[in-house]
Design a protein around this ligand. Structure first.
Ligand code: NDP
Ligand code: PYC
Length: 336
């Protein structure tokens, strides 16, 4: 980051809630969104922290989202929980449903939450990290808009489709990862554009299907998946599990629904949770030791675990009491 502005930690939420309520979100949605923006900014996740206030406000300006609607969680006796966001932002529905998902997972050993009819802009790690705090392993997936070409293709069919996973660890932070199945998240490309930087090779093609490192051309052309056909297949899996499986939209359909109005994609989300106690037939402690041996072997070689950067940033920012964001972003937020 070149020129930055320091934001006190308590200002992150106050500023977010103020911008969101001025923009048209009701208090409950504003609080739920601000909480996740705070968590991401605290961990220096720049593409899904305060920067996302721009997308939230653009979503409201596009005129379709309901900023006040309350989610409905449907009761069931089986292991599947449905949360209907009813055309609002996803986070309030997720907040209300997670305690019920934990309950179901501890009863059945495995349970799933299908969130339907939601606008979605956020990082997924806060949700799976929360489930690991309750002693569960968890995965979360969402489609987005069809910005990403399948391996061997020339135009966007797939979303940036993030996949998050978290594994609980005793007396320490969980093992958590969360990444787009596109080589770069779209938010990351937008940040490169704002910073006037070129992309690395292999991230995108222009609208004529030629490789490009220009972020503006990438945004107009198509993004590429990570790992060629492997990322492409994972991305398709996410389309299916978080789309047709849960009776909701694919990234192609989300893009059609937006009809060029901009803002956050509109679709569903799936969260799966697993109880290590029930899966391991009461041998969770022995198996926890196996997982720890694996983590130790990774760290021992000088490699790092996913989320270690985030946890370090969290500790530093909590200690100093502020985060830093680019001056240009601060100016845009002030304008909102
Ligand atoms: P990154 O490439 O920044 O990071 C991906 C993950 O890999 C993180 O868990 C990160 O941990 C870990 N990691 C990075 N480098 C290493 C390393 N050298 N060794 C081990 N682990 C490493 O993620 P993306 O840019 O792809 O995604 C960023 C965010 O965007 C995600 O939170 C995702 O949910 C969100 N997103 C949301 C979308 C939506 O539709 N809602 C769509 C696409 C993305 P660490 O954080 O500690 O570096
Ligand atoms: O960064 O790809 C992205 C993204 C899409 C929706 C929210 N974030």
């Amino acid at each position: 980051m070149s020129k930055t502005v320091k934001i006190a930690l308590d200002e992150i939420k106050t500023m977010s809630v103020e911008i969101l309520t001025r923009t048209g979100y009701g208090e409950a949605h504003a609080q739920a969104i601000a909480e996740v923006l705070y968590k991401c900014q605290l961990d220096d996740c720049q593409s899904h922290g305060l920067f996302r206030l721009l997308m939230c406000s653009q979503t409201m300006r596009a005129g379709k989202i309901d900023g006040h609607v309350l989610p409905v969680i449907t009761k069931s006796d089986n292991a599947i929980l449905h949360a209907d966001a009813r055309g609002g932002m996803s986070l309030l529905a997720v907040n209300e449903a997670l305690p019920k998902l934990i309950e179901k997972t501890k009863k059945h050993g495995i349970a799933a939450l299908a969130v339907n009819n939601c606008y979605h802009f956020s990082a997924l790690w806060p949700e799976v990290e929360e489930l690991s705090k309750a002693g569960l392993a968890a995965m979360a997936m969402v489609p987005s808009h069809s910005w990403v070409a399948p391996a061997g293709g020339t135009r966007g069919s797939l979303g940036t489709n993030p996949l998050a996973f978290s594994w609980p660890r005793q007396n320490q932070m969980p093992f958590t990862f969360d990444f787009a199945t596109s080589a770069f998240a779209r938010g990351e490309i937008e940040l490169y554009k704002r910073a006037g930087k070129s992309l690395p090779e292999g991230v995108a093609i222009d609208k004529n299907g030629k490789p490009t490192t220009d972020p503006s051309e990438a945004l107009q052309g198509a993004m590429l998946t990570f790992g060629g056909h492997k990322g492409s297949a994972l991305s398709i899996m996410i389309e299916l599990l978080a789309g047709p499986l849960i009776d909701d939209l694919t990234s192609l359909e989300s893009m059609e629904f937006a009809a060029g109005t901009g803002g956050a994609p509109y679709h569903g989300e799936i969260i799966l949770a697993f109880d290590p106690n029930l899966f391991s037939k009461g041998r969770a402690d022995a198996n926890e030791a196996r997982a720890e041996r694996l983590f130790a072997d990774i760290i021992d070689q000088g490699a790092r675990l996913p989320s270690q950067r985030r946890f370090k940033a969290r500790a530093l920012n909590l200690e100093r009491g502020y985060v830093e964001i680019p001056q240009a972003l601060y100016a845009d937020l002030q304008a909102l």
